[in-house]
Design a protein around this ligand. Structure first.
Ligand code: NAD
Length: 482
């Protein structure tokens, strides 16, 4: 592994990956991989997670192609140095910001969107001109194998490598020196990544998870209610069966609207997944037995079990869990403190919807906050009085696809962000470049120090060039002390 890493560093030093044409060719290679291999990608996602191909296209292939098109369209502009403003006193001086690649980067991804969460950061890393080692999760093994076997046919293998393996392989990788580590996964492994990175002072981006609440205000129009119910179901059960970092984890709703909402959700679950969801191929399966039993255990507490008002059936052989609704499970139960990451949806009723602000603020900062309301004042309060990676009003998940928005967490849900230009910036160093002429030079910068020089120096910080000239000619007084 050391030799591998060393050869990639040498390749980076050759300067090849900094060329605009190389970056564009890798992005085009990625796009060709997604289109040529579409069928195999569908197959791998079906094997790993039982994802319907429409869901796979929507959440992985389609979203990635959109991101690649955006990156290819803006690559030249992102790479161009940005002009930086200087004070007017800085005569014959210019400043610019140059984005330079960081070098050799490690991307570690999770299993729930094995293509999206591996290739979305890869887009940013190659657009920024880095060499990259990608370590996909071993749990989505069919997808990881496809990435390892097919991706090299489309990309420059000297610069981009896929390394598969269990956590021990990840540990060995973390032992190496990287110029950046981009990690998507759990807060537990995030801590391991950060301490390994600290040894080499390597910068990290941590894309973690947590519990994402959806606040649902009383909606008076029946159209709005139906649309909200459908979006909630897709934002939970339709997002890899709830195994998504930005899936709705639980709902907060005022007492007067709770029963209306529950009834609508029940009706729409049946419409979307049929009377027998276990026979439906439109809902993904749980990734493995360990996660299946983790989810089953969340319901094992008798008080939690009592709160189940819909669903609850499980099929261990096919790793299937029915969309399940719980109303007011005990707040101290694991289902209300741990990230659920599966198709169990607790609904917590509150006296009034405004109480949701206090509820959210009393828990770790979520990656995403969803609020279904037309009330402008509540929308304003949600943005200004709570903290989360993002806030989405009247929908769920969609913020992930917006190239113009940074995607990332805050507090326990992680730090750093990516998508669109933010991905490019995440894998770049913003280098400040200052250019001076020899023609203008101020004597008061240099010792020996005198009272006059002090006044002139003071004036240079407070005035523009003309102001300073007037002070020097004795036509203007020096400014008050700074
Ligand atoms: P995980 O932390 O178990 O694994 C993530 C990666 O870390 C994998 O590549 C795995 O091989 C590696 N790994 C596992 N154990 C390791 C160890 N001991 N040392 C070094 N590396 C190790 O996470 P997961 O189960 O794949 O994903 C679920 C979590 O990820 C959830 O918390 C979810 O919210 C979060 N997530 C976040 C995002 C996001 O974009 N913010 C997206 C998807 C998932």
């Amino acid at each position: 592994m050391e030799r591998e890493v060393e050869s990639m560093r040498e390749y980076y030093d050759s300067g090849k990956t900094k060329e605009a044409s190389w970056r564009a060719s890798q992005l085009e290679g990625l796009r060709a991989f997604l289109t040529d291999q579409q069928h195999d990608i569908f197959h791998a996602l079906m094997q790993d997670l039982g994802k319907h191909h429409l869901e796979s296209f929507r959440d992985e292939i389609g979203t990635l192609i959109k991101s690649l098109n955006f990156a290819l369209k803006h690559l030249k502009q992102w790479m161009s140095p940005g002009k930086a403003e200087l004070p007017r006193i800085a005569l014959l001086t210019s400043a610019e910001i140059v984005a330079e690649p960081l070098g050799l980067v490690l991307i570690m991804s999770s299993w729930n969107f094995p293509f999206g969460l591996s290739l979305e950061p890869l887009i940013g890393a190659v657009a920024a001109g880095n060499t990259v080692v990608l370590k996909p999760s071993e749990l989505s093994s069919a997808s990881a194998s496809l990435l390892a076997s097919a991706l090299p046919n489309y990309l420059d293998n000297k610069a981009i490598k896929v390394i598969q393996g269990r956590p021990e392989v990840a540990e060995q990788l973390l032992f190496q020196k990287w110029d950046k580590i981009f990690f998507t996964g759990s807060p537990r492994v995030g801590r391991i990544v950060m301490s390994a990175a600290a040894k080499h002072l390597t910068p990290v981006t941590l894309e973690l998870g947590g519990k994402c609440p959806a606040v649902v205000d009383s909606l008076s129009s029946s159209w709005d209610r139906e649309v909200a119910a459908k979006r909630i179901i897709v934002g939970k059960f339709g997002a890899c069966a709830g195994q998504a970092c930005i899936a709705i984890d639980y709902i907060l709703v005022g007492k007067e609207f709770a029963s209306t909402l529950v009834e609508l959700i029940k009706v729409w679950i049946k419409k979307m997944f049929g009377e027998k969801p276990s026979e439906s191929n439109t809902i993904a399966r749980i990734i493995n037995k360990q996660h299946f039993f983790r989810l089953k255990n969340l319901l094992s507490d008798p008080k939690v079990k009592e709160s189940v008002i819909y669903g609850g059936s499980m099929d261990e052989e096919h790793l299937f869990i029915e969309p399940t609704i719980l109303v007011d499970p005990p707040l101290e139960a694991a289902i209300m403190s741990e990230e659920i990451f599966g198709p169990l949806l607790p609904i917590v009723t509150l006296e009034k919807i405004e109480d949701s602000i206090k509820f959210i603020n009393s828990r770790p900062k979520p990656l995403a906050l969803y609020v279904f309301t037309k009330n402008q004042s509540l929308q304003g309060r949600m943005v200004s009085e709570t903290s989360s990676g993002s806030v989405t009003f009247n929908d769920a998940i969609l913020q992930y696809a917006a190239d113009s928005l940074p995607f990332g967490g805050v507090g326990e849900s992680g730090f750093g962000n990516y998508h669109g230009k933010f991905s490019f910036d995440t894998f770049s160093h913003q280098k400040g470049v200052l250019r001076r002429s020899f023609l203008t030079d101020f004597w008061f910068r240099y010792p020996p120090w005198t009272t006059t020089k002090f006044q002139e120096l003071e004036a240079s910080y407070n005035y523009d060039y003309l102001g300073l000239l007037l002070v020097l000619l004795g036509l203007k007084t020096s400014p008050k002390r700074l």
